[in-house]
Design a protein around this ligand. Structure first.
Ligand code: HEC
Length: 149
């Protein structure tokens, strides 16, 4: 399983040269991979609500649960000292740890609420829309403060 996943990552790097010299096993490589997965799931959930992808209740729940689990993962891959290269994390991640962690908890709270909202039946887009919006707001609020674009 692990091996298969690893080779998929390696292949993606080779063919797209998307990894830009970042070792996929390094903390930076790992958190970038997690963030990308979060983006993909978030886009799929948003896409279902906006009609880009057909709405599928159980798939939505599954995505919400996966997003919630992933939202707890990136933070441990920020090492004690900032990497020199390839990171778009601002110095503030290390200078303002308390604030950074607080925003991480906000995201985790929002994805937790999304899971709860996603399980309410019958499925109602009017119920899910605000929950997804709250998650997206938590992503962009942190990027504004802590990520260089
Ligand atoms: C607590 C702060 C915080 C939250 C919340 C957050 N991010 Fe990020 N995100 C970052 C930081 C910092 C980086 C830069 C990481 C680096 O390059 O070292 C980043 C990078 C990314 C990247 C770029 C990865 C790459 O390949 O360089 C994506 C995509 C991303 N985040 C998606 C998301 C999504 C989607 C959410 C919400 C579901 C989210 N992030 C929530 C802080 C956050």
């Amino acid at each position: 399983m692990m091996l298969k996943r690893l080779s998929v990552v390696l292949l993606a790097c080779l063919s797209l040269s998307a990894c830009g010299g970042v070792d996929p096993n390094s903390p930076l490589g790992q958190r970038k991979a997690i963030f990308k997965q979060m983006l993909k799931i978030g886009e799929d959930l948003g896409g279902m609500l906006r009609g880009r992808i057909p709405f599928d209740g159980p798939k939505f729940v599954d995505g919400a649960v996966r997003l919630d689990a992933l939202s707890r993962e990136p933070w441990k891959h920020f090492p004690q000292v900032r990497e020199e290269d390839h990171t778009s994390a601002k110095d503030d991640v290390w200078q303002k740890q308390a604030r950074f962690q607080e925003m991480a908890r906000t995201l985790e709270g929002a994805t937790g609420e999304l899971v709860i909202a996603s399980k309410v039946q019958p499925y109602k887009i009017s119920n899910l829309g605000p929950a997804v919006q709250k998650v997206e707001d938590a992503c962009s609020a942190c990027h504004k403060e802590f990520r260089d674009h």
